[in-house]
Design a protein around this ligand. Structure first.
Ligand SMILES: *Cc1c(COP(=O)(O)O)cnc(C)c1O
Length: 227
């Protein structure tokens, strides 16, 4: 059995155990395989092991992969920061964009989403740990941006995404995750119809599940360390 298959099988078992441990509904966590810097062959190994959704950060790198694998009907998520001149290709080739951070970007994605495709699923990226170096909006800005996105017919607002600051212990990781869950809950209370809370990476996904993540995004844990 190859390395990627082995990792995916063992992760699925661990995710299940984690769902049980933290009283989450069975199968309520989806696993996004983050395939940035991974070859098409490696992605194919993951597909052969039953993986169906992949996340990419860089448009130029992603397009040839999406093209090469287009017969396999995978779901592609854009999770990187978005340059203004890249929105058209993103709107044309991805199923999800998890890194929406402003109205102009949302409007462009909406206007550029091809008619023959379903509305583009989006998440707002929140800078939950308020780090200078990270993209994403502050919590208070999320309500206005979400309201704006809901007026755009070619976008479907699904939820929130964040990259919480890395913390060394499980308990500290949970505290970071909890901030995003609090915002998610508050937005649902205000009437936004959100079903996706995308948080948790290879180092902190268990804390994310403990705090209510519905989607975890794993790269290293599936494919090994990136070059
Ligand atoms: C790279 C990346 C991941 C995956 O990171 P790992 O630590 O390798 O699991 C998840 N989310 C985003 C936004 C990323 O850029």
């Amino acid at each position: 059995m190859n390395f990627i298959t082995k990792n995916l099988l063992s992760l699925r078992v661990k995710i299940k155990a984690c769902e049980q441990k933290f009283h989450r509904r069975p199968d309520s966590i989806s696993l996004l395989a983050v395939s940035k810097s991974q070859s098409i062959e490696k992605i194919q190994e993951a597909i052969a092991s039953g993986q169906k959704s992949f996340g990419e950060n860089y448009l130029q790198e992603a397009l040839p992969k999406i093209e090469a694998l287009k017969d396999q009907q995978m779901e592609w998520h854009f999770i990187g920061s978005i340059q203004r001149n890249k929105t058209r290709k993103i709107a044309e080739h991805f199923d999800w964009v998890q890194s929406v951070t402003d109205q102009q970007m949302a409007k462009r994605l909406n206007d550029q989403r091809p008619e023959h495709l379903p509305p583009l699923n989006i998440c707002l990226e929140i800078n939950i740990s308020h780090e200078q170096t990270k993209s994403g909006i502050d919590e208070e800005e999320a309500f206005a941006l979400a309201a704006f996105c809901e007026t755009l017919p070619r976008l479907k607002l699904r939820g929130l995404m964040a990259i919480p600051a890395p913390k060394p212990t499980f308990d500290e990781q949970r505290i970071e995750m909890r901030k995003l869950t609090a915002l998610f809950t508050k937005m649902i209370e205000k009437g936004f119809k959100l079903d996706t809370l995308s948080m948790g990476m290879s180092q902190d996904w268990e804390a994310a599940i403990a705090e209510g993540a519905t989607m975890i995004r794993l790269g290293t844990a599936i494919f090994g360390v990136r070059n």
